[in-house]
Design a protein around this ligand. Structure first.
Ligand code: LRH
Length: 478
């Protein structure tokens, strides 16, 4: 077995990157080629993604990757879920909306008017999130003009190759896939008025999407295949969680904290529905049985507001050092409160929640940040407990991967509140999962996810946080 090189395009909600992955002979590593900020832009009709800039950055990153590593054999793309572009006659009809745009509430009312949520849940197994794609499609007038709707990674793959396809892990976040068979639920789409012609053929991770169009091959420097990976970033991240047993829970923590278990069968109980647990499709037909907890978004939006207030940059790591040193009680708030979901003045909104609960708002930014971290950790711990109860699995360890794994305060607080060890890392789980699935496809042999995870475990040591008995004086539980 020799070492193979691939390019991974990994797009999060606040930044994107292109990486070179090298795998084989016991090796699994990443080289960062480019990292670019991106995010929301306010337009006359609401909140969008600056897709034009994003796509340009992807092309530039890929060209640079091929310059640095001419042996690259394929490209894989993953991004945040649910958002899409509409295509008519080969052209993108309009800039994709951002899922945090508040227009989606109307779609929820209309869809649930046709199909009550309990019925929806038995069909698609998806937790209620007001931005699930089906609610967005329902109120998007441009869908009527489109011949195809493509989620963001599929849209980029289409622009690169000309091939229209829907990768299954991400397609499951539309709410239009059957939870049991993983196929488009054509009857559901029809009942809520979504023309089935816009739903492209489904592909599994590992399948070939197509080859770079000639003009792009020229710009990027080589003709390369684009291979489907777990194109939902969380699906790729879960591939690279070094889960050692079914009793291990995971938290993929970036903007969101995706907290749950990997299952081979769905748990479509009333209790799971009421706890709002989702069944997103994982790589190799696994289920990602999880719940969305608001993650680092609360910190990044607070920092953004403080920077605007100060007219100067605020260093998050310094803030977290200060937060770690706070030894007095901090109030907790519900990290998933809907008032915290749109971009805006996060510290004021959080302060309002704390006041409503009758507690005193922390006086310093350090204590405020501590309050945020403890509230996220409390929600993480609670969600792990719920996942365990709903699935009947006793959880004995929590893997925390993604950007949040670098936040030692968050990892320790999660361990303390869950009363379980937290194994932190890899920080780049998503890109690693993307690279591993491409590598497996190139090798063309059956390799179990467990074997891929063993390679992650061998090459990316985790940092362990054991729970310490909480000091009751320091904690202030809701
Ligand atoms: C994380 C994520 C998450 C979705 C949200 C829209 O990046 O993909 O899994 O729920 O973004």
């Amino acid at each position: 077995m020799s070492v193979r090189a691939v390019a991974a395009v990994d797009l999060g909600a606040t930044s994107g990157r292109v990486m070179i992955g090298r795998v084989g002979d016991g090796r699994l590593d990443l080289e960062l080629v480019s990292r670019f900020p991106h995010g929301s832009v306010e337009r006359a009709d609401g909140l969008h993604w600056d897709f034009g800039a994003l796509y340009e950055n992807v092309l530039e990153g890929l060209a640079e990757a091929v310059r640095r590593e001419p042996a690259i054999e394929s490209i894989g793309i993953d991004s945040w879920a649910v958002d899409y572009g509409l295509i008519a006659g080969g052209e993108l009809l309009a800039e994709p909306f951002h899922y945090r745009d508040e227009r989606t509430a109307r779609g929820v009312g209309e869809v649930h008017g046709s199909i009550p949520f309990p019925e929806l849940y038995t069909r698609n197994g998806l937790q209620f999130l007001p931005f699930n794609t089906l609610y967005q499609y329902r109120i998007d007038e441009r869908v009527a003009d489109a011949d195809t709707a493509l989620l963001i990674p599929d849209l980029i793959a289409f622009l690169l190759t000309g091939v229209r396809a829907a990768e299954r892990t991400n397609a499951s976040t539309t709410g239009l896939l059957g939870v049991g068979d993983g196929e488009w639920d054509v009857d559901l789409a029809t009942r809520i008025g979504i023309p089935t012609r816009v739903l492209p053929p489904l592909l599994d991770p590992g399948a070939l999407i197509g080859s770079l169009r000639p003009e792009l091959a020229e710009r990027i420097g080589r003709t390369l295949p684009v291979v489907a990976v777990g194109s939902h970033d969380t699906a790729s991240a879960v591939v690279a969680v070094p889960l050692s047993s079914p009793s291990a829970a995971y938290i993929s923590c970036g903007t969101w904290g995706l907290v749950g278990l990997e299952l081979t069968e769905p748990v479509l109980t009333e209790a799971a529905r009421e706890a709002n647990f989702t069944h997103e499709r994982g790589v190799d037909g696994r289920y990602r049985f999880l719940h969305n907890v608001t993650g680092l978004w609360l910190l990044s939006e607070s920092v953004r507001a403080w920077e605007a207030e100060d007219g100067a940059s605020v260093d998050l790591s310094e803030l977290l050092v200060g937060a770690s040193a706070v030894s007095h009680q901090v109030p907790l708030f519900d990290a998933n409160d809907p008032s915290l979901s749109a971009p805006g003045d996060m510290p004021s909104r959080i302060a309002a929640l704390i006041r409503e609960a009758g507690a005193a708002v922390p006086a310093s930014r350090a204590a405020f940040a501590r309050s945020i971290v403890e509230s996220i950790a409390a929600a993480f711990a609670e969600t792990v407990r719920t996942a365990s109860t709903l699935s009947g699995r006793e959880v004995d360890v929590i893997h925390l991967v993604g950007g949040g794994s670098l936040n030692a305060l968050l990892c320790q607080a999660t361990a303390d509140r869950a009363g379980l060890p937290v194994l932190a890392g890899p920080v780049e789980a998503t890109a690693l999962g993307n690279v591993l699935v491409q590598w497996r496809a190139l090798e063309g042999v059956d390799i179990e996810l467990e074997e891929l995870r063993a390679l992650v475990a061998a090459t990316h040591p985790v940092r362990r946080f054991d729970p310490v008995t909480p000091d009751p004086g320091r904690m202030h539980i809701r």
